[in-house]
Design a protein around this ligand. Structure first.
Ligand SMILES: *Cc1c(COP(=O)(O)O)cnc(C)c1O
Length: 343
């Protein structure tokens, strides 16, 4: 049975052009820096983000953790939003791999977040305190919010004022760029290092990119080896990522439109609360007005009807993600299944 899969955009299949590119990929040993396909992908990625250099990494988590390892010394402190991927979804790797302390803030209100960072920056000199080594931001945030350039610029200025680097987890930076109607480089400009994923809305099977200065990437290349991420004939997968980079970013607009359509259809169900003004990328969040509704039962019911969704979060909120392989008919089917569940 073919499911309508709204769990994430990581479930996307590669396009026929990607499969063809993988079959025909020119490969070499990338640990010797001999893989022309990887090189081309790294150069194109760096050019798109207007960074000096970039490094192909196996996953987004890998790219983030590699950035921490490369920016920070052990025992230093990294300031970040407590809901971000590095805190919530990377298994505590920052403690294990880089030995850093994560200093989190709770974003009461999305803006201005630069104040939240500033409050937590340590002023060197106190014998008891750890040293701040890095500020981390995401864009988009994991709740689908896209930070505006004004906010990112404020953060960049803060970093410059305190001489602290900024790492941006831009897993979906191309979605953010479309939503803000700016180039990805304008977003990337506000950070020293940027990670983005090929394996989400861009539909490539595997891979992420970490971009930054030449010097940073040179250090990161060695650290990537240390972390076990030196992929020898990586051109096999980089070939698909190249197609993704060239063909997919403009198509993400369709995913955003599908999310808006889904949000509108869901908002017509009286039992649900959906804030469609919050739909900025390919994610829709909804809750039931009645707290007693069994949300796990909804997931089970939908699965029995050929639709996959993730379980609700701790507040009962359900996230649906649109992507290249979801049609508007799929969305209508999903919404009527939710209505049937509520009958
Ligand atoms: C998906 C994601 C990642 C990590 O990507 P993986 O490839 O699954 O490791 C990191 N940050 C954010 C915000 C993400 O959405």
């Amino acid at each position: 049975m073919e499911y309508i899969d709204l769990r994430s955009d990581t479930v996307t299949q590669p396009t026929p052009a990607m499969r063809k590119a993988m079959a025909e990929a020119v490969m070499g040993d990338d640990v010797y820096e001999d893989d022309p396909t990887v090189k081309e992908l790294e150069n194109k990625s760096a050019a798109i983000l207007k960074k000096e250099a970039a490094l192909f990494v196996p996953t987004g988590t890998f790219g983030n953790q590699l950035a921490l390892l490369t920016h920070c010394s052990r025992g230093t402190e990294v300031i970040l939003n407590e809901n971000c991927h590095i805190v919530q979804h990377e298994c505590g790797a920052a403690a294990l791999i880089s030995g850093v302390q994560l200093r989190c803030f709770e974003p009461a209100n999305p803006y201005p977040v630069s104040k939240e960072y500033e409050k937590r920056i340590r002023i060197p000199g106190d014998i008891h305190e750890p040293v701040t080594s890095l500020l981390v931001t995401e864009n988009p945030l994991s709740n689908g919010t896209v930070l505006p350039l004004s906010e990112l610029t404020a953060l960049k200025n803060l970093g410059e004022r305190f001489n602290l680097p900024i790492h941006m987890d831009g897993a979906r930076i191309f979605n953010a760029a479309l939503s803000l109607n700016v180039s990805p480089a304008e977003i990337a400009r506000c950070a020293d290092s940027v990670m983005f994923c090929f394996s989400k809305g861009l539909c490539a099977p595997v891979g992420s990119m970490l971009a930054g200065t030449k010097e940073f990437i040179k250090k990161a290349r060695k650290n990537r080896k240390l972390m076990g991420g030196g992929l020898h004939k990586a051109g096999a997968v980089a070939a698909a990522a190249l197609v993704a980079l060239q063909e997919m970013p403009p198509l993400l607009r369709d995913d955003h439109e599908k999310a808006l359509l889904l949000g509108q259809l869901l908002s017509e169900i009286p039992e649900l609360s959906v804030d469609i003004t919050r739909i900025q990328i390919n994610m829709v969040f909804f809750n039931f007005r009645n707290n007693n509704i069994d949300r796990e039962a909804l997931a089970t019911y939908l699965m029995e009807n050929g639709i996959l969704i993730n379980p609700p979060d701790k507040d009962g909120i359900i996230r649906l993600v649109t992507h290249h392989w979801i049609t508007s008919d799929n969305l209508k089917t999903t919404v009527s299944a939710i209505k049937d569940f509520l009958l």
